[in-house]
Ligand binder design. Structure first.
Ligand SMILES: Nc1ncnc2c1ncn2[C@@H]1O[C@H](COP(=O)(O)OP(=O)(O)OP(=O)(O)O)[C@@H](O)[C@H]1O
Length: 819
């Protein structure tokens, strides 16, 4: 196909759906188009920046080249000549990003994916009618992608994918009669694994004493056959499946074919014979880790329908329970495999877990991070499923129940199960109950917060056929997140926050960082102070008090319900008392907490409450529509996302034009700005844009503005300086909030200072936020975050080599330029 036509075809396929993109495109300003991607109002239309990035390039290219492109490159010109000519025309604009030399497939208009031959990036066209399915597929990609692209996939990338996936899916970890087996349909793979010392030493020699590694020493059986998994609560989907089955195929297969362009039935099946060797329970974790290192990750699959050893659990979703499409999709990715499902806060992970339990229908152990969550899980099981009181039991410090009958559900905390010291007689008995049986299913809530050592104890003491981890943020500030991959399984599904907001499943949120200048007195003390009191000084900055007061008034007048978060308890009490609002922290008794929360929910007189870290999780307040953060836990991306989660459940989220609001108040030119940028990184990666507000118009005119006079400000600074250094601590309240995970949270987990690039910010205008002209703002440039993300990602060999080649070429060019 002639290159000119290719470029134009690309252009016609790439019609811009977003109003911002269109406007910027008309101005012919490429940089602006890219910046616009961070605007939240467009995010539903452009879920991934790269999509527009490519489209914008194509458009620009077509415009630039149009006059004489046919003469430049005629039919039959060599690719190289063409590329050279292209380079001379447009390369100064696109540098090394010009891919117009790639040939498009004849049916490219109906295919949504591009693959960059330079770095292997897959680019998805979000405007394609099958973009959603393609995205779904990309999230869980584990097969060679050579057949899926719009353009032929470069050889180097094909061989890279082949190399990486050669061993994937060949080895399984299977639990049979309370014993663990490493299984494969490829005996030679088992032999390879047994050459490794760690794996060889973990092997249990049952029937065969011969230590030599021969295929004949493995136990062999027939591979089980799996039919389609039917997820309860999805009547519509089941109907579709039935129709598809009648027509001779499944919906999954149809989807696969539409995105990939290859008939799913063509995919090779392994041979029927399964070979296996047993491994020592205590060494499971080491074997899994070793297999990962050897690039033979062990999949854990449970053929629950053919498990006749473990008693069935007679539970189902209530007929009134209807699961949402993304909940169904996430479960269809699970099938019977172990792994992790990532859904935004408030998107309904609990129901996903419950539906999985109702699908597997075997004994189930649910582990949560606190006893409050234990009670919530139990209550949700009762609400959504027909489980009876006798079938569900709770194991916490206060309650040690067993279920009646052969099968049932136990809900507990990680620490109750992982704790090995000073156990009471009852706890020991309960642990015997848990460890002596085989569990069909173990549900792991909030998997991202659980320390690796605790997980290890759980997975080695509890025998479960399949595991499902649930989380909203697969991030943590220590480097332990990768451990989850081998301890639980791979990420099975991840939903896009922006998509769920666009469909009304979670609220739309406007995010802003409000810069509060320090008063000269506070700043002088801040610079002088070397102790932890520095933190108190930037939290207690009078201008921050004023901004908080202004925003509360502004949003109360709009009819919002506001939660003000402060991790620092000293500041929390000082603010709440000064502004005359109710507050809850770790020291607030249960009765008092309930009373305050009820007032907030039901009384029109209580529209604002102050919460410490205890409110980050497990407090479900669908009334809240505005969040103001006055002090937070250093650079924790996870905490920032969890806090945002408090307003994503806003009851009013489906009201037309409804927005929830999330403000972070930051004292200017202090360490707090540095933490704030780091905290926002996860949400920015999800597509949220943080506007930076530098001025709150009308603040000075607020009646009763607090700390208005110099004297009041000086009084405030005296009290801060008189306060104990320990008032700057967050520790005690953190423990209270973490509940049963007390003592497991480290400073590193909260993103304490480390190497961090400086932030760039650029100016813009604000009218979308709060619908008002009351504030002027600076928009944060995303590049610092992108840079950080790049720095944190270990480079693959393939790309590392390209980087090296590119650097060498650049060096050469520079040298040539000098001579
Ligand atoms: N399919 C559904 N139909 C109706 N309501 C639902 C459905 N799924 C979830 N919900 C409701 O959405 C709310 C949020 O659910 P849930 O508490 O499970 O969220 P979550 O993802 O666990 O959030 P977090 O990470 O913040 O704990 C709950 O009130 C729940 O009842």
């Amino acid at each position: 196909m002639a290159p000119k036509r290719s470029a134009e075809d690309g252009l016609s396929a790439a019609s811009f759906p977003s109003k911002k993109s269109r406007r910027a495109g008309d101005d012919d300003d490429y940089v602006e188009v890219e910046d616009d991607l961070s605007y939240q109002e467009d995010a539903s239309l452009v879920p991934r920046g790269a999509t527009i990035n490519f489209s914008a390039l194509t458009r620009k290219l077509a415009q630039t080249r149009q006059p004489d492109v046919t003469n430049d490159v005629g039919e039959g010109s060599s690719l190289d000549t063409h590329r050279r000519q292209q380079d001379s025309l447009v390369s100064h604009i696109f540098m090394d990003q010009d891919f117009s030399w790639l040939h498009l497939k004849p049916d490219h208009a109906s295919r949504p994916l591009w693959i960059s031959p330079e770095d292997g990036h897959i680019i998805l066209e979000a405007f394609s009618p099958i973009a959603e399915q393609a995205q779904d597929f990309l999230v869980a990609i584990s097969e060679p992608v050579s057949r899926y692209a719009k353009v032929p996939v470069p050889e180097s990338i094909i061989s890279f994918i082949r190399e990486r996936t050669l061993s994937y899916g060949k080895v399984k970890l299977v639990l049979k009669h309370n014993k663990y087996f490493v299984e494969s349909t490829h005996p030679e793979t088992l032999q390879t694994l047994l050459k490794d010392t760690v794996i060889r030493e973990a092997r249990v020699h049952t029937q065969v004493t011969d230590n030599s590694i021969k295929a004949a020493t493995f136990t062999t059986s027939k591979a089980p056959v799996k039919g389609n998994l039917i997820i309860p609560g999805t009547k519509e989907a089941d109907k579709k499946k039935e129709e598809a089955a009648k027509a001779g195929g499944s919906t999954d297969a149809a989807l696969f074919t539409s995105v990939v362009g290859v008939d799913a039935d063509e995919v090779d099946e392994d041979d029927d014979n399964v070979h296996a060797f047993e491994i020592d329970d205590a060494k499971i974790d080491d074997v899994k880790k070793r297999c990962n290192e050897l690039e033979y990750p062990m999949l854990e699959e449970y053929d629950f329908r053919n498990d006749t050893v473990n008693a069935n659990l007679d539970i189902d979703l209530k007929p009134s329970t209807v699961i949402r499409p993304y909940q169904e999709t996430s479960l269809s990715k699970m099938r019977a495999r172990s792994g992790i499902i990532v859904l935004p806060c408030g998107a309904g992970k609990t129901l996903v877990g419950i539906t999985a339990a109702c699908t597997i229908k075997k004994s189930c152990l649910v582990l949560c991070t606190s006893s409050v969550s234990v009670m919530q899980w139990r209550q949700q099981f009762m609400q959504w499923s027909n489980v009876t009181d006798r079938q569900i039991a709770v194991f916490t410090a206060d309650q040690k129940e067993k279920f009646a009958g052969d099968s049932g559900i136990v809900v507990s905390t990680y620490s109750m199960v992982a704790n090995t010291h000073n156990r009471s007689h009852e706890s020991k008995k309960m642990m015997e109950f848990l460890t002596s049986r085989e569990w069909g299913f173990i549900l792991l809530d909030e998997v991202h917060v659980v320390p690796a050592a605790m997980f290890r104890r759980v997975v080695t003491t509890i025998k479960a056929h399949s595991k499902l981890g649930l989380t909203a943020t697969l991030v943590r500030e220590d480097d332990k997140i990768a451990d989850l991959n081998y301890m639980i399984g791979p990420k099975l599904y991840e939903a896009n926050w922006m998509d769920l907001a666009a469909k009304g499943h979670i609220a739309n949120v406007q995010c802003a960082e409000v810069w509060c200048p320090m008063t000269p007195e506070f700043y002088r003390e801040y610079l002088r102070e070397q102790s932890r009191k520095r933190m108190l000084l930037y939290c207690m900055n009078p201008r921050k008090f004023q901004a908080c007061q202004f925003l509360i008034k502004y949003h109360e007048d709009r009819g919002d319900k506001i939660i003000v978060f402060s991790d620092n308890v000293y500041a929390l009490e000082a603010y709440a008392k000064k502004l005359n609002k109710l507050y809850i922290h770790g020291g607030t008794g249960q009765v008092e907490r309930m009373r305050i929360l009820q007032h907030f929910q039901h009384s029109p007189a209580v529209n604002t409450i102050f919460l410490s870290k205890v409110g980050d999780t497990s407090i479900d307040l669908p009334e809240a529509t505005c969040l103001i953060q006055i002090s937070s836990h250093f650079g924790s991306r996870r905490q920032e996302a969890q806090r945002l989660g408090r307003i994503l459940r806003a009851k009013r989220r489906n009201d037309e034009g409804f927005n929830a609001f999330f403000y972070s108040l930051v004292s200017k030119d202090t360490q707090e700005m540095f933490y704030s940028t780091k905290r926002q990184q996860f949400l920015i990666d999800q597509g949220y844009a943080f506007k930076v507000i530098t001025h709150l118009d009308g603040l000075e005119d607020l009646p009763d503005l607090v700390y208005k006079t110099k004297n009041e400000q000086i009084e405030l600074i005296s009290s801060v300086l008189l306060a104990n250094e320990s008032e700057a601590d967050l520790g005690s309240d953190v423990r209270a909030a973490e509940g049963d995970l007390a003592g497991t949270v480290t400073s590193k987990d909260f993103g304490m200072p480390g190497k961090f690039p400086s932030v760039q910010r650029t100016t813009g205008s604000l009218s979308a936020l709060s619908g008002g002209q009351h504030m002027s703002y600076i928009e944060q440039n995303k590049s610092a975050n992108k840079k950080l993300a790049r720095e944190q990602q270990p480079r693959n060999k393939l790309f590392a080599k390209r980087d090296k080649d590119k650097a060498a070429a650049r060096k050469e060019a520079r040298a040539a330029g000098r001579t």
